[in-house]
Ligand binder design. Structure first.
Ligand code: GTP
Ligand code: SPV
Ligand code: MN
Length: 589
């Protein structure tokens, strides 16, 4: 008798008709063999991987994707629930039957001439009751190696699945990398995702956004937990106490950087637990606990340097885990190392750009793609928390929400209570970034930083957040931040990065009841002098602006929120409507 896992592999082999089937065991030896294979395999007219200088970045390899396949494609991503209403106005929807017919036509036989890699993996620590079993099949060796970094792949996962039928099924085929034949289809009711035509992380590493957010958010809705686009950190203060925070910012808005923060104050330290996804459960003591289901980081390269994020540079230089991948960065031909804007002050003279051309700086275009990324194991991170693989997760005292906004949103404010926090998170606006295809810099609503990742109707999702608040015993404090305010000349007003620790310090003091706050129309702002600006090079005038509420801006903001809420009709919980009405009155006074 074969196991459901073995049956699935057989079914996939019959469906995709690859030349070869390879079941991953997750060993380092295997990874080295796959890296070798990837250097010999041609895809889309070039070798899948090229070895980089191991003296600069140990175990590092370079991947250049098709220039039209460099980011998530939200317009080609669908949630296929039985009814359109279940998916909500926040998702593209297709009838599941129709979606499958479409995908079957594209995917049947699509692995001919290639190897099908079978990746059994666990999201979360295999010892944790919150962890989930998954299998992805793919014809991309780049995806197979990336999955090894991002999750717990191989023998242990196969053993954990055992004789169970209950595992996520992810079908991925790179096809012919044609944007006109590219779809990512989610079937939450069947614990299934079908993805065709893209090799890019968010579209192809199905354990990440597709499973751990879109499918998992739906599971959480039914089972009483939350799957969120959040980092998890522990902040140690000089007295040795560690305060655990979650932070949700939209894509390419600073999560990875905050997760590896090196505070400016002596005696403070950030312990890293997660940089992109958190699963939140109510623990036996009634508190909110978080685990990071991932095992690696798929981070934005541009902007990462010694000054901005020294811990990430150390992580990338760590030789612990094999391999580290660099995708669509530039390459410094002087020493065969990856390079991107912000890595060093001077642009090296001898660069190949992300499209494989000799770089010419005078053309005014960046050498690395703005969404170029590294894929690195979290075990390489020197600030990894000893609690990272605690099967129960860590107890959360504060939740930070944020967005990328040139105006309107102050540097930081605190929400009065849980429901005010849910409201504030539900109205987050953020300027779109290169993490997704399409226009950039356009302000759109991105509630909880989950707009592209919530696998069901966001009206129901808001209600679920309110319900969770009723069940959690000691509710975390909720804060809103904006590192991205700009002045009249388009310059960032706040230095950001390591100086963000000043804001975190105020939050810890608020949680401990040690710092003051003053009421405003939108929530509680730091009281005069409460935010520690010792040694900070920002004028008093700028600080005042960063911490003020401009009612004219907020009137416009309310109008945008009204428009957004309207899309959801009756699905918006009454409590949130009341909060919006109160905000409207306050800013119109
Ligand atoms: P995803 O991986 O797409 O979910 O993104 P993320 O939220 O982890 O974003 P990340 O930390 O990688 O940052 C994205 C970009 O914002 C990078 O170019 C960073 O250098 C930049 N960035 C991060 N923090 C700050 C900050 O405090 N101020 C400014 N000005 N830029 C920042
Ligand atoms: C994001 O876009 O939010 C990412 C990168 O973290 S991806 O995994 O591709 O979605
Ligand atoms: Mn993300």
């Amino acid at each position: 008798m074969s196991t459901p896992f073995e049956q699935f592999v057989k079914e996939m082999q019959e469906f995709f008709t690859p030349d070869k089937v390879y079941i991953m065991d997750g060993s380092e030896k295997e990874a080295k063999q796959l890296a070798k294979e990837a250097q010999e395999t041609e895809s889309d007219g070039k070798k899948v991987l090229k070895e980089l200088n191991g003296k600069v970045y140990p175990n590092s390899y370079y991947h250049r994707s098709n220039p039209n396949d460099v980011a998530r494609t939200e317009h080609l991503t669908f949630v296929c629930t039985p009814t359109k209403e279940q998916a909500g106005p926040n998702n593209n929807w297709l009838d599941p039957k129709e979606a499958k017919e479409k995908m079957n036509a594209l995917m049947k036989g699509s692995m001919k001439g290639r190897t099908m890699y079978v990746i059994a993996f666990v999201m979360g620590d295999p010892k944790s009751k919150y962890a989930k079993n998954c299998v992805e099949v793919t014809d991309s060796v780049y995806v197979a190696l990336s999955m090894r970094i991002m999750s717990r792949v191989g023998k242990d996962a196969i053993a954990r699945i055992g004789n169970s039928k209950d595992f996520f099924r992810g079908l991925h085929s790179i096809g012919d990398v044609n944007p006109d034949r590219r779809f990512v289809m989610h079937f939450p009711q069947e614990n299934l995702v079908m993805s065709f035509g893209s090799g890019y992380g968010g579209n192809a590493l199905l354990g990440k956004k597709c499973y751990s957010l879109r499918i998992a958010s739906y599971l959480g809705y039914n089972e009483g937990w939350l799957a969120e686009h959040m980092i998890v950190i522990g902040v140690q203060s000089p007295d040795g106490k560690i305060t655990y925070f979650l932070a949700a910012f939209p894509s390419a808005c600073g999560k990875t950087n905050l997760a590896l923060l090196q505070p400016v104050f002596p005696g403070y330290k950030v312990w890293t637990l997660g940089d992109d996804i958190a699963w939140l459960n109510i623990g036996e003591d009634g508190q909110l606990y978080a685990i990071n289901p991932e095992a690696g980081m798929f981070g934005v390269a541009p902007g990462t340097g010694d000054k901005t994020n020294p811990v990430m540079i150390d992580t990338l230089k760590n030789d612990k885990f094999f391999p580290t991948l660099f995708t669509n960065t530039a390459v410094n031909d002087a020493d065969n190392s990856p390079w991107w804007e912000g890595l060093s002050k001077e642009t090296p003279s001898d660069l190949t750009d992300w499209q494989g051309q000799k770089y010419n700086a005078s053309a005014g275009k960046p050498a690395a793609h703005p969404n170029s990324r590294f894929t690195v194991s979290i075990y390489n991170c020197p600030t990894l928390s000893p609690e990272y693989d605690n099967p129960n997760g860590v107890p959360i005292s504060g939740i930070i929400f944020g967005g990328r906004r040139a105006s309107t949103i102050p540097l930081v404010y605190e929400c009065k209570d849980w429901n005010a926090g849910v409201f504030t998170a539900s109205i987050i606006g953020s300027e779109t970034t290169a993490a997704a295809g399409g226009a950039q810099g356009v302000v759109r609503r991105d509630p909880m930083a989950m707009l592209p990742f919530c696998g069901y109707n966001m009206g129901d999702y808001f209600q679920h957040w309110l319900n969770m608040g009723k069940k959690v015993k000691k509710l975390p404090k909720v804060f809103m931040v904006n590192w991205f305010r700009k002045d009249e000349n388009g310059k960032f007003m706040w230095p950001g990065f390591r100086d963000n620790s000043r804001v975190i310090k105020w939050m810890i003091d608020r949680i401990e009841g040690k710092a003051g706050a003053k009421e405003s129309e939108i929530g509680l702002l730091p009281e005069e002098g409460a935010l520690d600006t010792t040694g900070l090079d920002v004028s008093k005038e700028t600080m005042d602006k960063l911490l003020s509420v401009n009612k004219e801006d907020w009137k416009k903001e309310v109008a945008m929120v009204e428009e957004f809420y309207a899309k959801f009709g009756d699905k918006i919980p009454k409590d949130l409507r009341t909060h919006l009405e109160e905000l409207k009155q306050a800013v119109n006074k």
